[in-house]
Design a protein around this ligand. Structure first.
Ligand code: ADP
Length: 627
């Protein structure tokens, strides 16, 4: 046996097994389109609308059920709609013609299920089912079980019953208006309208309810509206349906109710959800959406081959929040579970996202503003601090300059004082004479006054040099003026050092806005540096030249050039750094203070070497705009 099992298969056996595989493959391949064809046969459902497409009740129910069928079958359903138009064409000849037409139309596509919306459509299809849809399952909706009995439907025709309870609508009205004494019931003149009036008469409690009940019927639409406008205040108005009025005019009941409610002097109620939004306060009803859903479920079960039986569509209370407000009725008076439409959302409910967004944005903005304000405060404080430091530095710098110049200033002061002394001595001698030369005496006195003036000018300038500032003293002045006063202060020192000082002749005033004392200090710093540079260098020609100019009618420039040793070209910017000095007793602060001052007044300062030797320092300041 073991041997037999290991025996290699003959070529024939191999061919036979390959053939078997091929056959199997063919069966599988051929079976595929077969099953696809079965799937292609989607169920056909015919929806019968009793009237035209404008009646909200059937339109809403129809749309809901179509949606439900599409959704449940994932679109694998063939839906057909027919509008029988029976309210405008109630004649038998039309009905027969319609039946013939549908029978022919659906000859090749017989429906599997027919859904009849409402009593009339149901009666129609039951009568003509053999011609139109002989093998179809028939389901219906939109009327009560009592109406179904009247239709004497076959046992295989089932549906979703709409059981309206007009007593419950009245219950809602009484809950909202417990003080009401009058009940006015309005109904139209069509068969349907009259059957509603009959239902109300049998179902409503009558005088025992404590309400004086009046039935308003057999009127035209305008008469209905007029009656509604004259009901006693605080009454309850119940509008059933007005499909047709006394004059024979046809209405969509919702529109009829709208006209009545618009004129009514008391709240209007009704048993249909379609009345909501058209003037009715509310009522107890089966919504047309739930009717559509219920009948769709029956149709789906029918397609699936499940056994089906009639059901009742669940009832609900519905109300319109705007009508509650219109009549001043409390929401708390509504029965529990009422579906309240058009409830105005509170500002918060409606715009919570926007409100949160705005509040967040405002908070963020507030935070940013606070941070910026704090930052600005800090910056201002820092600027104030820096200004104070600068003022202190400038003052120290002034004192140092005054110290450096004091010897020559004292020497300069000595000149007028010495001259005064000599003139006084001369006067004494002259006065001792018997006939003094009065003209000469007068001349000597003039000289003394002039010398005194010179001495006092020197002292005034010196005092100006030592003035301390706690605030910048902003003023507008001519830059040439400050240059001249600085030259006066330096004059003696330059003389001692054999330096020739010269300045350009000003062609026009060069107004700037700054603190005069500060600018004078800058000029003194630059000039003393220049004088130091010339004294250190072995130069015979010592020239210090001041030149002012107007640049592009927007800036004022001062240049101070010397014939000293110049500045190494890689140090031209470094000389402005604090503590940079090449002098044995230098502080290295003069130029950094000069730069700080010039920048404070919106200007720039820089250094260059002159081609012919020596350095030139320049600064520019904004030209002050007059007025
Ligand atoms: P200090 O005068 O105390 O040294 P400054 O800041 O006024 O401080 O000057 C810094 C340095 O710049 C000086 O030590 C000198 O080397 C250089 N300097 C300034 N002005 C001139 C000039 N006109 N010619 C050559 N070098 C100069």
């Amino acid at each position: 046996m073991a041997r037999a099992s290991t025996k290699p298969s003959s070529p024939f056996t191999r061919i036979a097994s390959a053939f078997r595989c091929l056959l199997l493959l063919l069966i599988v391949v051929m079976a595929e389109p077969l099953s696809a064809e079965i799937v292609d046969q989607v169920p056909r459902i015919l929806i019968l609308y009793p009237y035209d497409e404008k009646i909200p009740a059937t339109t809403i129910a129809g749309e809901t059920l179509r949606h439900r069928l599409q959704q449940a079958t994932m679109g694998k359903v063939d839906l057909f709609s027919e509008f029988l138009d029976l309210s405008r064409f109630p004649e038998k000849v039309h009905i027969d013609r319609m039946a013939r037409y549908l029978s022919e139309k659906y000859a090749d596509r017989r429906p599997d299920v027919v859904i009849a919306l409402g009593e009339e459509a149901t009666g129609f299809i039951v009568k003509y089912r053999h011609a139109i849809a002989p093998d179809a399952k028939i389901v219906f909706c939109g009327f009560s079980s009592a109406d179904a009995v009247k239709l004497s439907l076959p046992s295989d025709v089932v549906g979703a019953f709409s059981e309206y309870d007009i007593a419950k609508t009245l219950l809602m009205a009484r809950g909202l208006q417990p003080e009401a004494r009058d009940l006015v019931i309005i109904g139209g003149s069509s068969d349907f309208d009259r059957s509603w009036l009959a239902t109300a008469r049998s179902d409503l409690p009558g005088p025992a309810s404590g309400l004086k009940t009046t039935y308003v019927e057999d009127l035209t639409i305008d008469e209905f509206a007029d009656r509604a406008s004259r009901v006693p205040e605080g009454s309850i108005i119940l509008v059933l349906t007005v499909f047709t009025d006394r004059s024979g005019r046809n209405f969509i009941p919702r529109n009829a109710l709208e006209r009545i409610a618009a004129k009514a002097s008391a709240p209007v109620y009704g048993p249909y959800s379609t009345y909501i939004g058209h003037g009715a306060v509310g009522g107890n009803t089966v919504t047309f959406e739930s009717v559509g859903t219920a009948v769709a479920e029956l149709a789906l079960d029918a397609i699936a081959g499940k056994p089906i039986a009639s059901v009742n569509v669940p009832k609900t209370f519905v109300a319109d929040a705007r009508e509650l407000t219109r009549w001043g009725l409390p929401e708390s008076g509504l029965p529990a579970g009422t579906v309240l439409s058009f409830k105005e959302k509170s500002l918060w409910e409606e715009y919570w996202a926007a409100i949160i967004g705005i509040v967040a944005a405002l908070a963020l903005q507030g935070a940013i503003i606070t941070v910026l304000l704090v930052e600005r405060q800090r910056r201002l404080a820092a600027e104030q601090e820096a200004r104070l430091r600068l003022l202190e530095l400038v003052h120290l710098n002034q004192s140092a300059t005054a110290g450096a110049l004091s010897a020559s200033i004292a020497h300069e002061l000595n000149q007028p004082l010495g001259a005064i002394r000599s003139n006084v001595d001369a006067l004494e001698i002259l006065l001792r004479k018997e006939q003094p030369d009065l003209d000469l005496i007068r001349q000597i006195l003039i000289d003394i006054r002039e010398d005194d003036q010179r001495a006092s000018d020197i002292i005034v300038r010196l005092r100006g040099l030592l003035q301390k500032r706690s605030e910048i003293d902003w003023q507008e002045f001519d830059l040439n003026e400050v240059v001249n006063s600085a030259i006066h202060i330096l004059h003696a020192e330059a003389g001692q050092k054999s330096i020739v000082v010269s300045s350009s002749d000003p062609t026009r005033a060069l107004p700037v806005r700054a603190d005069k004392v500060h600018l004078q200090q800058v000029i003194l710093n630059l000039a003393t540096n220049a004088m130091d540079a010339m004294v250190d260098a072995a130069t015979t020609e010592r020239k210090l030249v001041f030149r002012t100019a107007l640049i592009e009618n927007s800036e004022v420039e001062l240049s101070i050039s010397d014939t000293g040793r110049g500045i190494p070209s890689d140090q031209l910017d470094h000389v402005f750094h604090a503590f940079y000095t090449t002098k044995p007793t230098g502080t290295g602060l003069g130029l950094s203070i000069a730069r700080a001052i010039i920048e404070t007044y919106g200007g720039k300062i820089w250094a260059d070497n002159r081609a012919e030797g020596g350095a030139v320092f320049r600064f520019v300041l904004p030209l002050a705009q007059h007025g």
